[in-house]
Write a protein that binds this ligand. Structure first.
Ligand SMILES: Nc1nc2c(c(=O)[nH]1)N[C@H]1C(S)=C(S)[C@@H](COP(=O)(O)O)O[C@H]1N2
Ligand SMILES: [Mo]
Length: 432
């Protein structure tokens, strides 16, 4: 039965009756998000930089980034697990924060409906920034999760959307944090001193520059009976986060731990076991790579550089000095493998074959693959020069499997997986 005293419209403060809502609950969640979203923003910008977008239009996932690319820097090759760490943190933390974000939005939902829409210019500006904040947060989390789970299901590429969205969202986030963080800290402190907080019955509290208007307060003017304590609600949110963390963090590891990643990676192909038994992104079949095209007779690597063009069969490559490096694959989707033992020819040795001795230049790599955004990539000179950077022919002591890029693939330390081109057909050294 509906209580006839309870207003019907969400614009009326009395409509929202949960006794959980209040400055303390909102402040705790807000402070968690302040820390978490800052890390998401930094690791996100870093991820974009790792593509070396200023190197070549081929790598540039957001061609019209303009001044938003001001911070780009040459992506290093050390430590070799760098991208594995930054992107693992980005995706795992993003997934883990989902319950916190939802709880935070729930805790302030009466405010989103509050009337009048604006009491003053300052209030109007604050509410507009709030729209950008809520919209931006939902947009960033939804696009991120969809990309990790389903690959690219957007109208338009994921990269520009997520990148521009991040800047809009983070700008609103900074405005919001500057306005609210001091009050949030005060609230949490005061509640602790007064013994309120988790268990206490909180009515007062600082609304952070709302002018003390009771109609705008987070506390319901006619609270209903509690269905869960404030402590219970925090456990629920924290438990939800823990559950998401526990079912996604394993994607950054091998063996039984990966099996715990129930939510991710997105049901990719089963890599099987053995030397090539580690996570596969796109299969040879998906990429349209046929056995005929990669056969000993058909396949040639075409190297071009200062002194012209050289064509090498796989047997020719096997006669060149072979080197090993232990390197992971680390995908933008957040999953990674532990170090695999790759063996092949150094990129800088291949550069030397076409006239770039000593100081190798940038490199443009093209795959046999005909379609798809990841069939080509540009590598920076520092990546080519690194002695661990290989055109790999084998992994863990066995020839590359078709799905891992047979006859030959790129592997570069610290780089995002997308730069580790599979089924390489052409390598062009020199100014890009
Ligand atoms: N030709 C080609 N190379 C490619 C890709 C691709 O789609 N086509 N995917 C890239 C991406 S996004 C990743 S994460 C790695 C994955 O390598 P793996 O499937 O061997 O684990 O390959 C990279 N190399
Ligand atoms: Mo990837």
């Amino acid at each position: 039965m509906r209580d006839p005293d309870v207003p019907r419209l969400p614009t009326s403060p009395g409509f929202w009756r949960s006794p959980l809502r209040g400055p303390w609950f909102t402040s705790v969640l807000g402070l968690v998000l302040l820390a978490g979203i800052t890390v998401l923003f930094v690791t996100g910008l870093v991820s974009y930089a790792a593509y070396n977008p200023d190197l070549s239009p081929v790598n540039d996932k957001t061609p019209d980034k303009g001044i938003l690319g001001f911070y780009l820097f040459a992506w290093p090759t050390d430590p070799h697990w760098l991208y594995r760490l930054t992107q693992g943190v980005h995706v795992t933390l993003g997934i883990t924060l989902i319950p916190v974000l939802l709880a935070k939005l729930w805790s302030v939902v009466p405010r989103l409906f509050a009337l009048p829409p604006a009491r003053s210019l300052a209030h109007a500006l604050e509410r507009i920034s709030l729209l950008l904040l809520v919209g931006g947060a939902l947009f960033e989390f939804v696009t991120g999760v969809l990309n990790v789970q389903l690959d690219y299901v957007f109208p338009g590429s994921f990269y520009p959307l997520h990148f521009y969205g991040a800047w809009v969202f983070f700008t609103a986030f900074v405005v919001h944090a500057v306005l609210k963080a001091p009050a949030a800290v005060r609230n949490v402190r005061r509640m602790r001193e007064e013994g309120g907080g988790v268990g206490g019955d909180v009515r007062g509290g600082d609304d952070g520059g709302e002018g003390g208007d009771p109609g705008d307060s987070l506390v319901s003017p006619r609270p209903g009976p509690p269905t869960v304590s404030r402590r219970g609600a925090l456990w629920l949110v924290g438990g939800g986060s823990l559950l998401l963390f526990g079912t996604s963090a394993g994607r950054s590891f091998d063996g039984p731990l990966r099996e715990t990643a129930l939510l991710t990676p997105h049901g990719g192909p089963d890599p099987g076991s053995g030397p090539n038994g580690f996570q596969i992104n796109k299969t040879a079949r998906y990429a349209g790579i046929t056995a005929a095209a990669t056969s000993e007779d058909a396949w040639r690597l075409v190297l071009t550089g200062r002194t012209g063009t050289v064509r090498l069969s796989r047997a020719d490559l096997l006669r060149l000095p072979a080197h090993s490096s232990s390197l992971p694959i680390a995908c933008v989707e957040g999953w990674s493998t532990s170090d695999q033992w790759w063996r092949g020819v150094r990129l800088r040795d291949l550069a030397a074959l076409v006239g770039h001795d000593g100081d190798p230049p940038d490199l443009f790599v093209e795959s046999l693959q005909r379609r798809g955004a990841f069939r080509r990539a540009a590598l920076r000179a520092n990546q080519v020069a690194d002695p661990r950077s290989l055109l790999a022919l084998s992994v863990n002591g066995e020839d590359l499997s078709p799905d891992h890029g047979y006859p030959a693939r790129i592997i570069v330390p610290a780089a995002p997986g997308v730069l580790n081109t599979k089924w390489v057909a052409r390598m062009t050294f020199g100014d890009l």
